[in-house]
Each structure stands twice: as C-alpha cells, then as structure tokens.
Design a protein around this ligand. Structure first.
Ligand SMILES: [Zn+2]
Length: 273
C-alpha cells in the first residue's frame, strides 16, 4: 500500500485540473450567452468584417428584425375572393422592390449618379416592368426630394436588407380596394445637413418597419374627391389638375391627355411605422 502512496499527488493534480477546466468552460459558456458575450461576439464579428480595423466597428444595438402585425390568414382569403386573378405573392415582392427603389431614389449619392432633375424616374420591377404608382405618391416623392435639395439635407440609405413582408390590412369600399403590406427590414440610414449628421447614426444598423399601401379602382364612377385626387394627373401642358381619370382632354387648355389605366394595383403610400 505504502509504495503506491506517491500516486496520490499526480491523481489529485489530475482531478484538480479536470475540475478547474470544467469550471472555466462553463464560465466561458455563460459569458458567451450573456449580454457581455453578445457584445464580445459582435465586436469579433465586426473585426473580421473590417479586417481587424477597430475604428470602423459598428455595434448593432437593435435586437433583431421588427415584429410585424400580419393578418395573412384573415385578409388573404378576402383578397383572393375579390380579386381571383391577382398574384398576391408577386404584388408583395413588388412592394419590397418598390421600397428598395424608393431608398435608392431618395439617397443623395445615387441622385448625383443620375440627373438630379430626373424626378419622375420610373421604378422598375423584375424584367424591367414599371412599378405603377399613383400620381399622388409620385408627387410626394418628388416633393420629398425637392425639399431635401432646397434645405440642403442629404439622406443616405445603405445596407438595405429586407427580412419579411406580410399583409397588414385589406379594405374594400364602393370605388376602391386597398391592400397594405408591412415589411420588416434593416438599413443604415442617416441624414446630413451641411455635411454634419443631423439625423440617425452612420455607425448603426436600424431595424424598421414600412407600410406600403396599394390602391385599386373598382368603380371609377363612385370615386370620392380624395380618391380622385390621389389618382389625378396634372395636365402636361398647363399643369391644371385633371379631375376625371377617364378624361381625354384637359378642361382648361384642351390638350389631349392619355387616360390612365385604372385596371392596375398602384402603390399609393409609403410610410414607416
Ligand atoms: Zn391643360
């Protein structure tokens, strides 16, 4: 017995090392799962992305994609019943495409690449098909761009990533039907005024939610004044408002007008919520 006594030391040291190893491993696991670990992981990820440069580190402080209030189960059957030939999935991806185009359009850097005055730019979907917008949305986008320019505001949109889109609402009135899609996305968005950041953070990816409302004219004879306004065009010659979407001639100067194709879903509103 006595001759094996010397074995106590290596054995207890071995057991000790195993215990210490286990404690360290579980502590590391716990830290990794904790808030501190999330930060450490984010920093190391960013370090890898920026090739080890520390001054470019972005810490994503938002916790993840925004939750959506989607009612696909409620509204989808109603839409399918009212519009059996409508491809809802396609309109949904058109909605996502519109958001991307809209950010590109508002972004000042992209504007300098194009003609700055090219305000009536067409938004294109797959195969170069134009995304139909109501005249009212076109006007709002043009106004937004003109206001930015006159107030020397430069909005930037980068790293846009769409997460998901759901049907948020559907309503049908006498003259029109409206589908609202809600999209969760992330982007790097900030606004510079006189070269100083006046809104947002250039180092922070934001998680946001956008609604896009799509409008369809079911019965043009029942349109109320605000609906007519949303769809109204201005005369290309004298800029007078055109009150009826089926008019062939301007009421004021008599110039002939292309009647607008109303058998189309048109994007009517874009807003963040
Ligand atoms: Zn006219």
């Amino acid at each position: 017995m006595g001759e094996y006594l010397w074995l106590i030391w290596p054995i207890s040291i071995g057991i000790g090392l195993i215990v210490i190893g286990g404690v360290i491993a579980s502590t590391v696991r716990r830290i990794r799962r904790s808030a501190l670990g999330t930060i450490v992981n984010a920093v190391s990820r960013e370090l890898q992305r920026n090739n080890g440069s520390l001054d470019q580190i972005t810490l994503n402080q938002d916790t993840g994609p925004k939750s959506l209030s989607g009612m696909n189960e409620t509204f989808k059957p109603q839409i399918e019943k009212d519009f059996p030939t409508l491809n809802i999935k396609e309109l949904m991806s058109m909605s996502e495409c519109l958001l991307q185009s809209y950010f590109e359009d508002i972004d000042t850097d992209n504007q300098t690449l194009r003609h700055l005055r090219d305000v009536e730019r067409e938004y294109k979907f797959k195969n170069g098909r134009p995304i139909p917008l109501t005249p009212s949305l076109m006007k709002n986008i043009s106004m937004e761009k003109a206001n930015n320019e006159s107030e020397r505001r430069k909005p930037y949109f980068a790293s846009v990533r769409i997460h998901r889109t759901v049907i948020n609402h559907y309503s049908r009135r006498a003259a029109t039907a409206v589908i609202v899609f809600q999209t969760a996305l992330e982007y790097l968005h900030y606004v510079k005024k006189n070269d100083i950041v006046s809104l947002g953070n250039p180092d922070r990816i934001q998680q946001v939610r956008y609604n896009v409302e799509w409008l369809y004219v079911i019965d043009e004879s029942k349109l109320n004044s605000s609906e007519t306004q949303a769809l109204s065009l201005n005369c290309p010659s004298c800029a007078a408002p055109i009150t009826s979407i089926s008019s062939r001639n301007c009421e004021y100067c008599g110039v002939s007008i292309e009647p607008i194709d109303i058998r189309l879903w048109r994007a009517d509103k874009i807003y963040t919520i």
